[in-house]
Design a protein around this ligand. Structure first.
Ligand SMILES: NC(=O)c1ccc[n+]([C@@H]2O[C@H](COP(=O)([O-])OP(=O)(O)OC[C@H]3O[C@@H](n4cnc5c(N)ncnc54)[C@H](O)[C@@H]3O)[C@@H](O)[C@H]2O)c1
Length: 450
């Protein structure tokens, strides 16, 4: 895999064998894209249920539009299958993509154990001249400083001699991965310029998008973190502003909609907090890099603090609304609308809903959940309701935590059926004046009356 002509030929002959380690939210669509391009692809995952679901022909990512059809085709044509055995898959592949999770621990320290583990396994099983591409989000320098030395440790493999490494930090958005894989430019970098060129040829073969060559792996990883942390910090900025606008009687949504008319304003929205597998972790990854570099990144630090405090504000808005209606929170029935960390996906990783639920329970309330992505499932210890119309009349209050499209279509009059109509909107999807018209006791995060 160090010869451009050979790689081109193996792509044309479709003889390049691909292995994707970690076939979750990002890895599965990636593996399916490679298989769809005509390259035999095997997916490796430690999750036995996931592997057997895939091998029995059932597509597991139902909230990822467009991929089910591709999945059915490549399974039928035997271009893709899954296994739990990395030791079987890797020796039969020349291109190994790592799409493993990079979460953080309870102290917000990035956890690269899945990548380190996989690198150790590669050290034993990688065949000579293979190329490893890390798609997981890692800190700048992790590839050069850690991955290379772990893979080399068995002594069989020497970087730039008989194994090669590079990165393509994944940028896709859950719920719209097919759109992003066919539209968003992808950043790539190799351990040297020749490897970068080879990765470019491979990704050009699979993805119909601009492939952007970066000077080295650490710069590519720095770009990935910069784009996401930009969002985390900007959400903190508007969330903090929204707290003040609430007090000043200014509607933050009106401010933002008007501000975005200016060509160089990039809109971000305040909310109940920032969750998911990317933004909060990516901020802590950069903070970890800063610590190692002996640098302080105070803006990112403050941004994190603000975003992590937003669930407290949601509880405060709720308690204010209860005071206005002369009702005690104790023993009240409150419905959380949406537990996903973002709209229109089935994903609760680091969702602010969890903190809001725990805080409300600690105040003695009975918390119920409705989320169309989790009907009848158990989420955060609560069985999710499967019918909104049935549960609303039993509630004292409802809190919109996630702005799923389904919630945008709920008529405001539906909330008047609650025992004690209190509505808290943390995502700016309810028009405060229509809530007032319907005599719902309303609190909108950041929505001062203007
Ligand atoms: N989900 C996103 O929005 C998103 C977007 C861009 C980038 N990323 C990055 O992509 C990477 C993967 O994220 P994801 O969201 O796909 O994670 P995920 O949790 O959905 O999938 C990871 C998969 O890896 C498997 N796994 C864990 N340890 C393993 C091991 N040792 N060997 C084999 N399989 C193992 C898990 O069972 C899981 O199926 C992360 O670095 C993440 O930051 C995620």
């Amino acid at each position: 895999m160090n010869n451009i002509i050979e790689v081109r030929n193996s792509l044309e002959a479709k003889s390049l064998k691909v292995c994707v380690v970690g076939i979750g939210r990002i890895g599965l669509p990636t593996a399916l894209s490679f298989a769809k391009s005509g390259l035999h692809t095997i997916g490796v995952d430690i999750n036995e249920n996931l592997v057997s679901t895939i091998n029995s022909g059932v597509f597991p990512l139902k909230d990822e539009p467009g991929y089910e059809e591709i999945f059915n085709d490549v399974i039928k044509n035997k271009m893709f299958s899954a296994t739990t055995k990395i030791e079987d898959a890797v020796p039969n592949s020349n291109l190994i993509l790592l799409s493993l999770p990079t979460p953080m621990d309870e102290n917000n320290i990035p956890d690269y154990s899945a990548l380190r583990n996989a690198a150790s396994r590669l050290s034993e099983s990688l065949t000579s001249n293979s190329l490893v591409i890390v798609e997981s989000t890692v800190e700048p320098g992790f590839i050069e400083d850690e991955m290379v030395s772990i893979i080399s440790k068995s002594g069989r493999l020497k970087i730039e001699e008989n194994f090669f490494i590079g990165v393509c930090p994944e940028n896709a958005n859950p719920g719209e991965i097919l759109h992003d894989f066919t539209n968003l430019p992808r950043l790539i970098a190799g351990i040297n310029n020749d490897v970068t060129k080879i990765i470019k040829i491979i990704y050009n073969f699979v993805f119909p998008v601009e492939i952007v060559e970066m000077p080295n792996c650490k710069t590519a990883n720095a770009v990935k973190l910069t784009t996401n942390v930009f969002r985390d910090v900007n959400i903190a900025f508007v969330s903090e502003l929204s707290l003040m606008f609430e007090k000043l009687g200014i509607d933050t949504m009106k401010v933002l909609e008007a501000a975005k008319k200016k060509y160089n304003f990039q809109i971000h929205y305040p909310g109940a907090g920032v969750g998911g597998p990317c933004l909060p972790i990516n901020s802590y990854q950069l903070l970890n890099s800063a610590k190692r570099a002996g640098v302080k990144l105070s803006m990112i630090e403050s941004g994190r603090k603000i975003n992590e405090k937003m669930p407290d504000h949601v509880v405060k808005l709720t308690s204010d609304a209860f005071k206005e209606s002369n009702k005690s929170l104790q023993n009240s029935d409150i419905l959380i609308l949406g537990v996903s960390y973002k709209p229109n996906v089935k994903d609760i990783q680091l969702s602010p809903a969890e903190k809001i639920i725990k805080k409300l329970q600690n105040l003695g309330t009975n918390v119920y959940v409705y989320d169309p992505y989790f009907p009848s499932e158990n989420v955060f210890g609560i069985k999710v309701e499967d019918n909104l119309d049935d549960i609303l009349p039993k509630m004292d209050a409802a809190i919109i935590v996630t702005d799923h499209d389904d919630f945008k279509n709920i008529k405001i009059s539906s909330f008047t059926k609650m025992k004690n109509p209190i509505l808290i909107d943390t995502r700016g999807i309810i028009d405060p004046s229509s809530a007032k018209l319907e005599k719902v006791i309303f609190r909108g995060l950041g929505r001062g009356n203007s």
